[in-house]
Ligand binder design. Structure first.
Ligand code: GLC
Length: 689
């Protein structure tokens, strides 16, 4: 049951795709207080209540005990004290005696105090009188989330190759660098489907340009890579360089497509290229114009992009810079003491991503000028919408890979996200595990973190453990920051062990891809906390470091340095699969309850539910070489089980075509195992306990 309530005069953010009529009267469960242009919602939390949601937020799966902000932020240091990351995903769901969720659809700043000030109260402060609020109640938490997902529409599905292993680094300077990366993967037998091109590929950080000295004959390079089954994925940044000799800049100025100051001049923000203008993605014409520019790269054979710095990130504004310089001038010659010294450092540090700048520029929405501060959380989504709308125009039948850093609910229909600039910290591997189900609740299914960590130096053991988890994340991309230790897996002594883990990913793709697409089509979560599948198990509901992956698998990743295994909670008897460094695996039935499970650094452990089996392919060097018609069915059952496998051409959008569904059947009769496929072309083997 979903109920819609309208407060004030909210704008249409584009988050919701279902049309509902608004209710009269007051919001159920929540106390509502409207004052001083704010809406405050409060709800008591009982001892048993778990609070889920908030998508790409910091901290746990259960959000209780901390506070969070809807304020899309370019913050590269995701320490525990942080309250805002790159997305505004304003959906929270409470599960306890009752099960309900609330979605606050507004671009405004929101403060979610989830038992932080008072452990027994959730208090939500919306800094605007205008919002559409959806209240969802159901008999269980899974239904609450599914109804919410139905409300916001089907999630984005990338091409199949985006389920392959992807390599990225800020610092690949030339075609030669990228060739080396590919060659090193291929020669070491490390599968690879994509290499990302970070800002260094551009001509002076100008969007939609390619430096033709470092990347001569780029179109031929793209084809050369394609022949090797490698997709190149260039980055596109929000800021357009101010440069009279740059056509994108000139066109934007001539047509009035950039964000304006109050006096009508174009707002200037410093980003990678120095001074830039931000396209006003709220104007349909500007979206169309910017979106068309992607064609420059798609025409050369590019079929994937990542949109970045689109919160938008602002190193400085001219206004902020001037004010800070004046301040610093005033402090010149002073004897800097306790206050004035920190005033100096604070003034300089405060130039970047200063919220004061959000009042220095305006968007045009339906002809009306609206300050950025009122729309901030929607900016990245609209940039990505510009790209997605363009891809629809270019070829409505073909899927493109699209990732965005900044997001708002609704953008999940156009694109995936990566979780931004994490660090090479063990705690960020754990954060990655916890963020995945919360993101799935909010519609973001094609997602993953920078594997190995973006900032700081990685270590081979961290990278390996991270990959062992990322084997299961739809986006499996190794990415690192300029200046950090090299992080491609072949850089490390035990590259064969890395190769083996990535080869496991390819073996699992028939299952992972099938579960992913079915989750999208059924508005289900691909990653779920154990509580969703075992709500009556009082231990399972509290587990934060194990996840269900699709309908048949549970994972319990190792996320501590030097650990040689971990305690795992099994809510029921399951089949433990231990994937070994020689590419073979061992299986063992494990009882319900807590067990210590050993997992050496180069071993991957996962669990298959009783009564289930999963399809495994033979490994391959790329998804293009993967044979989805030769499968081994691995599982544990008493008598009979079916698996509905989704498998398509990997690039078109006919998701409902019945030919994409194959029913696989295993029948166990004492020791005799027989297997069947509804598609006679599928060759089957079985490994059933
Ligand atoms: C931002 C992105 C990061 C990228 C860097 C340089 O920090 O989040 O992924 O490598 O910019 O473009």
């Amino acid at each position: 049951m979903i109920k819609k309530y309208i407060f004030g005069k909210p704008m249409n953010t584009g988050a919701v795709s279902q049309k509902l009529s608004a209710e009269e009267g007051s919001l159920p469960v929540f106390g509502t207080d409207i004052s001083e242009n704010k809406i405050n919602l409060t709800c008591p939390l009982s001892e048993r209540d778990i609070v889920y949601g908030l998508g790409e937020a910091n901290r746990g799966i259960n959000k209780r005990g901390w506070h969070y902000e809807a304020k899309n932020s370019d913050d590269p240091v995701h320490t525990e004290n942080k309250t805002a990351l790159y997305g505004a995903h304003n959906f929270v769901a409470v599960s306890g005696c009752e099960h309900f969720g609330i979605f606050i659809d507004t671009p405004a700043y929101i403060h979610f105090d989830i038992g932080y000030s008072d452990p027994d109260v959730m208090s939500i402060d919306i800094h605007s009188p205008d919002a559409v609020i959806y209240f969802i109640a159901a008999d269980d938490i899974s239904t609450v989330v599914r109804e919410f997902r139905q409300l916001i529409g089907k999630s984005y599905i990338p091409p199949l190759w985006a389920f392959g292993y992807q390599q990225s680094r800020w610092g690949y300077q030339s075609a030669e660098d990228i060739r080396n990366v590919v060659e090193n993967h291929r020669s070491a037998g490390i599968p690879l489907d994509a290499v990302y091109m970070d800002i260094d590929y551009m001509d002076g950080y100008r969007d939609f340009t390619v430096d033709n000295v470092k990347f001569p004959e780029f179109d031929k390079f793209v084809s050369e890579m394609k022949e090797n089954n490698i997709h190149l994925v260039p980055i596109i940044d929000a800021g357009v360089k101010i440069d009279e000799n740059y056509d994108v800049y000139r066109e934007g100025v001539e047509n009035g497509y950039f964000c304006k100051r109050a006096d009508g001049s174009n707002f200037v923000a410093g980003v990678w290229p120095g001074r830039t203008h931000f396209p006003d993605f709220f104007m349909p014409e500007a979206r169309k114009w910017f979106g068309e520019k992607y064609r420059r790269l798609t025409d050369l054979g590019i079929d994937g992009f990542w949109n970045d710095m689109n919160e938008p990130a602002i190193f400085y504004s001219e206004e902020g810079l001037k004010e800070a310089m004046e301040h610093v001038d005033r402090l010149k010659g002073e004897n800097l003491g306790i206050d004035s010294f920190f005033e100096l450092t604070g003034t300089v540090a405060g130039i970047s991503n200063n919220v004061k700048d959000y009042d220095h520029f305006y968007h045009t929405v339906d002809g009306e000028k609206i300050p950025h501060s009122k729309l901030h959380n929607l900016y990245g989504m609209n940039m990505t919408k510009a790209a997605a709308e363009a891809f629809e125009r270019f070829d409505p039948t073909k899927r493109m890979l699209m990732l965005s850093r900044s997001s708002y609910i609704g953008m999940h229909r156009y694109s995936g996200i990566w979780t931004g600039d994490n660090c090479s910290w063990w705690s960020h591997l754990l954060l990655n595990i916890k963020q995945m189900p919360s993101l799935n609740m909010c519609g973001f299914l094609y997602t993953g973190a920078d594997v190995g960590g973006f900032g700081n130096d990685t270590t081979p053991d961290l990278l390996m453990r991270w990959l062992e988890f990322a084997v299961f994340t739809p986006l499996m991309r190794n990415h690192s920051a300029a200046g950090t230790r090299d992080q491609e897996v072949y850089r490390f002594r035990n590259s064969a062990a890395f190769a083996n883990i990535i080869r496991l990913r390819y073996r699992l793709i028939p299952y992972l891809y099938s579960e992913f697409v079915k989750s999208v089509l059924n508005d289900d979560m691909y990653f779920r906390p154990l509580a969703f599948d075992f709500p009556d198990d009082s231990i399972a509901v509290g587990v934060e470091d194990q996840l269900m992956v699709g309908n048949s698998v549970m994972i319990a990743p190792v996320y501590e340095q030097n650990a040689r295994g971990r305690i795992v909670y099994l809510p029921e008897e399951m089949l433990r699969v231990k994937y070994l460094p020689d590419g073979s695996y061992e299986t063992r039935v494990m009882p319900k309850g807590h067990s210590y499970v050993s997992a050496e650094l180069d071993e991957v452990v996962f669990f298959i539910r009783k009564g289930h089996f999963i399809p495994l392919a033979d490994s391959a060097n790329s998804t293009a070489e993967l044979n989805m018609k030769k499968l081994t069915l691995l599982g544990y059952l008493d008598y009979k089980a079916n698996y509905l496998m989704y498998s398509d051409d990997g690039e078109s959008k006919d998701y409902y075509d019945q030919n994409n569904y194959i029913t696989l059947t295993v029948i166990k009769d004492n020791r005799d195992i027989s297997v069947r496929s509804s598609d006679p072309d599928v060759e089957l083997a079985a490994d059933i306990k």
